[in-house]
Design a protein around this ligand. Structure first.
Ligand SMILES: [Zn+2]
Length: 420
């Protein structure tokens, strides 16, 4: 594959420290009239056009027609094998293993087309996620880069126990074995359910589900193997205890308090707020989700948003994650972009929203040398859109071109034939 040079674009990405090369706007870097030279899977040079072009002789030119170019999005809370209570979820549960793999591959392909070039899967059925990841890496399936927890660990009867995307464990030994079982399969991180949630009929979102020794066993085992742990968690006391034990990330955080948010900020525990899951009635209706679950979800919405505001106020690192299928058509866009809009409008603002969708996740995943910015050495995982993402997170609604690993996987102007 020869070199490519991307021209006629404004590069917008995040920097861990503002004040790096180029102008800065709240930690964002803006390079107008930029060019990006891509060799194979990676960016070899990104900068002002006149600096890049002398190195691009013979390269194939991709003219983006004045678009804004950002790193591909990273969705930190996905399930390609999601099955919620209700008719549609029953359908997914009844798929045989071959059908499930194809169903997940279809979701992965749609996800990539949305501009999500990396996902963090946090509970997938039957270890099919590892097969999906191998197929994507081998090029036989089309999808984002996959970081995965395998099955989520849960106590007997705990949150999500109804499906094969969780593994029931009990006692410290049981949870140690659960962690090791996921690591043996190839897990990049560990997901554990430490409190009740929305989708379990016989539980509440504000009650604990693990004992301290069980949580400690998960964290110590995963950390000893150099893996991070993220926890499905709602209530403040449960989160406070887990943060004290060294938890790396909280999913949802429905009922944070200023105190626990401060503890998370101090310990560097991130939050993936998944705000969309308590404001998605239309999605639940489409899936035939039962009334009890809808009530619990939508009823938790206002407190969930307050909780998120407390996290921002305390300086907790927040990261993009949809929980809903990342590609799902929702309120005029897809679930990933809709979630980013909620995060931005809920107090983050567009520049930090860009960080929460790109470099923030890359750093959490320990992958910032490969993804999350548009710079030399990183994978050429890029999205182009007409609107300016520093004006509004809604700019991501206008994504019209997607590249993963130096390969164009979506180009709306080239017509459907070019789509994968
Ligand atoms: Zn989830």
């Amino acid at each position: 594959m020869g070199d490519l040079v991307i021209v006629n674009c404004t590069v917008v990405d995040s920097r861990a420290d503002s004040g790096a090369d180029g102008r800065t706007a709240e930690g964002a870097r803006v390079l107008t009239d930029a060019a990006v030279l891509v060799r194979g899977e990676r960016v070899v040079l990104a900068g002002p056009r006149e600096e890049v072009l002398p190195h691009a002789e013979g390269a194939r030119v991709i003219d983006l027609d004045g678009a804004h170019l950002t790193p591909g999005l990273v969705n930190m809370h996905t399930h390609f094998s999601l099955s919620l209570p209700g008719g549609a979820g029953e359908g997914v549960k009844n798929l045989n293993p071959h059908e499930l793999a194809l169903h997940m591959a279809d979701g992965a392909r749609r996800t990539l087309r949305c501009g999500v070039t990396t996902v963090r899967c946090v509970a997938e059925k039957d270890h099919a996620d590892f097969a999906l990841r191998r197929a994507i890496e081998a090029g036989t399936a089309t999808g984002p880069r996959v970081f995965t927890a395998g099955q989520a660990l849960v106590c007997t009867g705990g949150h999500g126990h109804e499906g094969s995307d969780t593994l029931e464990c009990d006692g410290a030994d049981g949870f140690r074995r659960g962690v090791r079982t996921q690591l043996r399969a190839g897990a990049d991180l560990i997901k554990v359910m430490i409190s009740g949630g929305i989708a379990g009929e016989h539980e509440r979102i504000d009650t604990p589900q693990l004992f301290s020794d069980e949580m400690a066993a998960v964290l110590a085992t995963a950390h000893a193997w150099g893996r991070k742990v993220t926890a499905h968690a709602g209530p403040a006391p449960v989160i406070a205890e887990a943060v004290e034990l060294g938890l790396d990330c909280v999913e949802h955080g429905y009922q944070l308090t200023p105190e626990v948010a401060a503890a998370m900020a101090a310990r560097g525990t991130a939050l993936v707020p998944t705000l969309i899951v308590t404001r998605c009635k239309e999605f639940f209706d489409e899936l035939g989700v039962p009334e009890w679950m809808q009530c619990r979800s939508l009823g938790a919405g206002p407190r969930h948003l307050e909780s998120y505001a407390m996290a921002l106020e305390a300086g907790v690192e927040v990261l993009l994650g949809s929980d809903m299928p990342p590609f799902w058509d929702f309120e005029g866009t897809n679930a990933t972009v809709r979630e980013l809009e909620h995060m931005s409008e809920g107090g983050l603002g567009p520049a930090r929203a860009l960080y929460a969708a790109t470099l923030g996740p890359a750093r959490w995943l320990g992958a910032a040398q490969d993804i999350g910015t548009v710079e030399a050495g990183r994978y050429a995982d890029l999205v182009a859109m007409d609107a300016d993402p520093l004006d509004s997170a809604s700019a991501f609604r206008t994504i019209r071109w997607v590249m993963k690993g130096g390969r164009v996987v979506r180009d709306d102007r080239a017509g459907e034939a070019n789509h994968v």
